[in-house]
Structure formats: structure tokens, C-alpha cells
Design a protein around this ligand. Structure first.
Ligand SMILES: Nc1ncnc2c1ncn2[C@@H]1O[C@H](COP(=O)(O)OP(=O)(O)OP(=O)(O)O)[C@@H](O)[C@H]1O
Length: 240
């Protein structure tokens, strides 16, 4: 019998920091192999939403489920072990370690097994540079390393917080290609937070638009693409 796909689900979540709500009444779900985009102006609550999934924000109301279990009170480590991967906005790689040592640090206690070859296949550039130190990498390579390290932990759902920030257009394309291949090939579900609206619309099946902490839109990327008025109001920029 095929196993049930692993799902991350928010049920009517209100969340923030130290008792102050930032995001209110948010509900959504994303399964293995699915791609959800999360967009909104600066300060709308996108990072806070991801931080709530990883257990780094203050969940005030509602529940968070992962893989059929209520993980609302689970530690960040337990969530990662269960298969919830996170690529934070800051490229928090270890500069004093080599590329390969950085990757091994993402194993979450699992054996390396096929994880490294699979990741090197997705990111051939990292394979070429596997003995280089973290500081010897370009910005794009550091971001690839950050995504690759999360993948070594074999997540079933991966949260990506502005992975393209500060990267040149060609490098952005290369990184997005790798993320799409990863999602297709490994069947990893993704939540992508990004300022580049067109990248999110191309990547995602469904999109949530956060406006001051509330979902102003939740639905298909294709329908949102047609709604210039909503995009202009909620994102504040023309699509580029
Ligand atoms: N650790 C924190 N403690 C208290 N308030 C915070 C913390 N992190 C973020 N905030 C506040 O929560 C609100 C939402 O921030 P958040 O980072 O979730 O927005 P965002 O949509 O990801 O914005 P950006 O696009 O600028 O990254 C902001 O008002 C911010 O000041």
C-alpha cells in the first residue's frame, strides 16, 4: 500500500514573538513533492511563518502538524529530525570548514550513505569545490552550500527563506534550476519565500500572499499571475 505523503499543516495559526502577534489566523498545507510560494511586503510575516514551522517563533493560537503529528510543542531539533528542513535567510555555513565538512554537519545524526553523492549530483559545483573552505566560495556557491546542507539531512519538506538574496541574475537562475531539480527528483515539498515575484510564480503551484500578517490571497499561482491589481496592492511592486 502506498504510504501517505508527509504534510506540513498550519491550522488557524496566530504567531509572533514574546506574546505579540505578527501573523494571524493562518491556515495552509504543503505535502511532499508540492511547491508553495510565500510572498508579501517587507515585514508582512513571511520569515515569522517559517520560524513558526521550525519552532523558533511564539505560537499563540492554532496548531502545527507535520507527518500526521501535532508538533506545536516540539523542539526545533525534533522537527528537523522528523524531516522538516530549513534554509535560513542568513547563509549560516561554517566558514572555517570545507564544503564537505559543512555538508557532513547537516546529517542530523544520519549516516552519510547516499546523501553526499545525491547532493553532489544536484550541485556539481560543490563537488568541484568540496575541499575548499567556506570563505573561498562566491555568494552563489555559499547559498548552494546552504541549500545542499539542508538536503543532506534528507528533509521531506524544505523551507527556503529568500535563497536568491544578493545573487546575480545568472547565479539566481542556476540555483533555482537546482532547487527545481531537487524538488522534482527527490520529491521534496518546498515553501519558498522570495522577493522576486516572478520566480515564485514560476516555481510554485500555490501561493500565499501575506499582507500585514494576514493571508490576503491563498490559491493557485496561475490565477494570481493574472491579478495585477492584487499583486500591486499586496506586493507593492510591479512584477519584474
Ligand atoms: N525576533 C523577533 N522579535 C520580535 N519581533 C520580530 C522578530 N523577528 C521579526 N520581528 C517582527 O515581526 C514582523 C514581521 O517580520 P518578518 O521577518 O516575519 O517579515 P518578512 O515578511 O519576512 O519581512 P522581510 O521580507 O523584510 O524579510 C516585523 O515587524 C518584525 O520587526
Amino acid at each position: 500500500m502506498p504510504s501517505t505523503p508527509i504534510e506540513l499543516r498550519f491550522d488557524d495559526v496566530t504567531t509572533g514573538y514574546a506574546g505579540v502577534p505578527v501573523v494571524e489566523h493562518l491556515s495552509f498545507s504543503v505535502r511532499e513533492g508540492e511547491r508553495l510560494g510565500l510572498i508579501g511586503r517587507n515585514g508582512a510575516g513571511k520569515t515569522t511563518t517559517l520560524a513558526t514551522a521550525t519552532g523558533l517563533a511564539d505560537l499563540m493560537k492554532g496548531r502545527v502538524h507535520f507527518g500526521g503529528k501535532d508538533i506545536s510543542g516540539a523542539s526545533t531539533f525534533a522537527r528537523a529530525r522528523a524531516g522538516l528542513g530549513y534554509v535560513p535567510q542568513s547563509r549560516d555555513i561554517f566558514p572555517s570548514l570545507t564544503v564537505e565538512e559543512n555538508l557532513l554537519s547537516g546529517l542530523q545524526g544520519r549516516s552519510a550513505g547516499a546523501a553526499l553523492p545525491a547532493v553532489y549530483e544536484l550541485f556539481p559545483r560543490l563537488k568541484e569545490r568540496r575541499r575548499n573552505g567556506g570563505t573561498q566560495l562566491s555568494g552563489g556557491e555559499q547559498q548552494m552550500l546552504s541549500v545542499a546542507r539542508a538536503l543532506v539531512g534528507q528533509p521531506r519538506i524544505l523551507l527556503l527563506d529568500e535563497p536568491l538574496e544578493g545573487l546575480a541574475p545568472m547565479v539566481r537562475e542556476e540555483l533555482m534550476d537546482a532547487i527545481v531539480r531537487m524538488s522534482d527528483k527527490l520529491g521534496v515539498g518546498c515553501i519558498l519565500v522570495e522577493q522576486h515575484v516572478d520566480v515564485v510564480l514560476d516555481f510554485s503551484t500555490n501561493v500565499i500572499v501575506l499582507e500585514r500578517g494576514v493571508a490576503a490571497y491563498a490559491g493557485s499561482a496561475a490565477a494570481l499571475r493574472q491579478d495585477e491589481q492584487l499583486l500591486n496592492r499586496t506586493i507593492g511592486i510591479q512584477k519584474c
